[in-house]
Design a protein around this ligand. Structure first.
Ligand SMILES: Nc1ncnc2c1ncn2[C@@H]1O[C@H](COP(=O)(O)OP(=O)(O)O[C@H]2O[C@H](CO)[C@@H](O)[C@H](O)[C@H]2O)[C@@H](O)[C@H]1O
Ligand SMILES: OC[C@H]1O[C@H](O[C@H]2[C@H](O)[C@@H](O)[C@@H](O[C@H]3[C@H](O)[C@@H](O)[C@@H](O)O[C@@H]3CO)O[C@@H]2CO)[C@H](O)[C@@H](O)[C@@H]1O
Length: 614
């Protein structure tokens, strides 16, 4: 994408728009274009060879489900039992789902939000590619044929049930053969900045498979739900890779009386990646011509081709029933102008966009139980534990071990978005202070080389690790005193949430979700907003980092600093509140079968397992 080059720019939930409310622009169009390959009840041939899951059918659960659908007898509820199955059938679709596949925050969200929705009584499925031979996911033996480009592809579904969520994995060589063994780095292309040439076909296949999954998979792992999800579902499509889902929903299914009540919420995790391709590629998507206008896009850039293009994200925004992003402040930024809206600001102004701040996975990121750290702690023991964890971290990366020296961490994808280039320029200026810094990230080669140079220049003060290293990410989050987040733009940001839960005080740019989640002087230090042009390191931004780091170091070790650590740790940062907001939003779409999920004691065991703070 152009630089925040064409690219990139420019309360916890809010709606912003300047035009009419989100409208389903095609709801009344009668669709033609039946697919020209084998069709059965669902428009695709579902070959349900052996339904291995069927053997686990739970009749009690079936009865509960039936009562929800009004076709059975309401079961008597003994007091104290968990009541689920009154809520929605929610299907989240995405290219990453943590912990199975993750290159960054998208994987975290698809990992953490679904269990929190399940804990509110909804039946929840994720659909994502099977990039690896996941040990915990079984072959359902359910196979469907899907037309992708001009070929019929055979797709198999794998499945596991974890933390109240059906995790469905779409198995096809376009995913497994390319990515096998490299889930953290090769999902989108052979290396950072380089995409697979067939990404449009890969993600077309994902979207179509995701539309099949609720209808063809007979899932019976849950004690509370059984059978296929059916057609009364609401989809959450995530980022440009899933933008075809609402288009296929209408053109292939609703036009033929299938999924008539189904709805789609389209969630933007990062508007910098939009899926812009040659205009002629529209023919690869197998969509009726009347959809062309939703994809039609002209920019001034030459990549991937000069001039007129198709833009997947634009179509996702226009064809979905609701557009969401991952923080209210980012929602405002997106409609503020062409820079921050990355040329989709005008489209978003028309459709409306709602911002809901992400939560974080408080099971994976828990200082009291973290499997990657030697010393466990909570808010009562943090001041004793952190110096020990700092020493362990210093020793692990080869910096001089000294618990008194303030230590700054950085974790992130090394893309322009994250501002690692601005940070490196600032390090040259502040490294003379009494401070150490550890930078962890992977991404663009030039940025990886920059961070790796740090230890050459400042062997006793700085260390750059160009690896995707989850244990080290946890050690930095626990052992550092400060977490630097110098993002040019940041839709929400999870790094600062993880940091605060570990009592590591963020020093952050004032953009996107960083504005919504970090309070100056109370839970962190704000540097101000940075220049969003990605191809310049603005000296003014370098200065902002240097002066704010100096300001933070002055507070380090004082009573005020201890207070900030406690403020950080005493916050509710889990998915619990965001899940409520998502629930309200999804219910407002009126997907059939929707009822508010149950809350409190009745679902306590599930809720505890999924979202409650230990
Ligand atoms: N080298 C490395 N080793 C180990 N772990 C690493 C790592 N580099 C990154 N990570 C991990 O990846 C995740 C990054 O999450 P973020 O939300 O901060 O950013 P990202 O830009 O990827 O996500 C986008 O989507 C999310 C979700 O909506 C938004 O919060 C965000 O603003 C948006 O840009 C964290 O869990 C972090 O620990
Ligand atoms: O979870 C981390 C992020 O994952 C997604 O971003 C990926 C993006 O969607 C892909 O298209 C690709 O981006 C490359 C882009 O296509 C290419 O033209 C060039 O600009 O390089 C980009 C980086 O390689 O990879 C991205 C991950 O690195 C998701 O869309 C984001 O929201 C997440 O932040």
């Amino acid at each position: 994408m152009a630089s925040i080059t064409a690219s990139h720019f420019v309360s916890r939930s809010s709606n912003v728009c300047s035009g009419a409310a989100s409208v389903d622009t095609r709801a009344n169009l009668s669709q033609i274009g039946l697919r020209n390959h084998a069709l059965t009840h669902n428009g695709l041939r579902a070959v349900n060879k052996v339904d291995m899951l069927q053997s686990r059918t739970n009749t009690k659960a079936t009865a509960k489900r039936s009562s929800k659908q009004g076709s059975g007898t309401e079961m008597e509820r003994p007091s104290g039992t968990i009541v689920c199955g009154k809520g929605m059938n929610v299907i989240l679709v995405g290219t990453e789902v943590g912990p199975w596949s993750k290159t960054g925050g998208l994987g975290d969200v698809l990992g953490g939000l679904p269990p929190a929705l399940a804990a509110r009584g909804h039946r929840v499925m994720t659909v994502s590619p099977r990039y690896d031979q996941y040990k915990d996911a079984w072959d359902t033996s359910v196979v469907v044929e899907i037309k992708v480009g001009d070929k019929i592809e055979i797709v198999r579904f794998f499945h596991c049930y974890k933390r109240g969520v059906d995790r469905v994995f779409v198995d096809h060589p376009m995913f497994l053969e390319k990515v096998w063994g490299k889930t953290a780095s090769k999902i989108y292309g052979p290396k950072a900045g380089q995409d697979y040439l067939d990404n449009e076909l890969r993600f077309s296949l994902l979207c179509q498979a995701a539309l099949e999954a609720p209808r063809v998979l007979n899932l019976n792992c849950s004690e509370y739900f059984s059978g296929p999800y059916g057609e009364d579902v609401v989809f959450i499509a995530n980022d440009w890779h899933t933008a075809l889902l609402p288009c296929y929903l209408k053109s292939m299914y609703q036009s033929r009386g299938i999924y008539v009540n189904a709805k789609v919420a389209f969630c933007i995790h990062n508007i910098a990646y939009q899926g812009r391709f040659s205009f002629s590629d529209f023919s690869l998507l197998n969509l009726p011509d009347e959809y062309k206008s939703s994809f039609d896009f002209i920019d001034g850039y030459e990549k991937p081709v000069k001039g007129r293009k198709i833009n997947w994200m634009k179509a996702g925004i226009l064809e979905s029933h609701r557009v969401v992003t991952v923080s209210p402040y980012y929602a405002q930024e997106l409609i503020s102008g062409v820079d921050k809206g990355v040329e989709l600001d005008n489209v978003l102004r028309k459709t409306c966009i709602t911002g809901i701040v992400n939560g974080m996975d408080i099971q994976e990121w828990n200082p009291a139980t973290d499997k990657y750290t030697d010393v466990k702690y909570d808010i009562t023991t943090v001041m004793d534990a952190k110096p020990l964890l700092k020493e362990a971290l210093q020793a692990a990366v080869g910096l001089p071990v000294d618990r008194k020296i303030p230590l700054i961490g950085f974790i992130g994808r090394l893309e322009e978005q994250k501002g690692s280039d601005i940070l490196v320029a600032a390090i040259h200026k502040f490294i003379g202070l009494d401070v150490q810094i550890i930078v962890l990230g992977t991404g663009k080669k030039e940025f990886e080389q920059e961070i790796e140079q740090l230890e050459v220049l400042y062997p006793n003060k700085a260390k750059g690790v160009a690896k995707f290293n989850v244990p080290l990410a946890h050690m930095i989050t626990a052992g550092a005193d400060f977490m630097l987040v110098p993002s040019r733009f940041e839709p929400c940001g999870l790094i600062q949430l993880h940091a605060m839960r570990y009592g590591t005080v963020p020093i952050c740019a004032s953009t996107g979700g960083l504005v919504d989640t970090v309070k100056e002087g109370y839970t962190g230090f704000h540097m101000g907003a940075f220049n969003v042009e990605c191809d310049v390191v603005d000296p003014a931004d370098v200065l902002k980092i240097v002066t704010t780091v100096a300001r933070a170091l002055e507070v380090y070790g004082t009573l005020a600093f201890a207070e900030m650590i406690k403020n950080c740790m005493s916050q509710e940062l889990s998915w619990k509140e965001p899940a409520k907001k998502w629930e309200t939003l999804l219910l407002s779409l009126g997907a059939a079968g929707s009822e508010a999920g149950v809350e409190g004691d009745e679902i306590a065991p599930l809720a505890k397992e999924n979202v409650a703070a230990p």
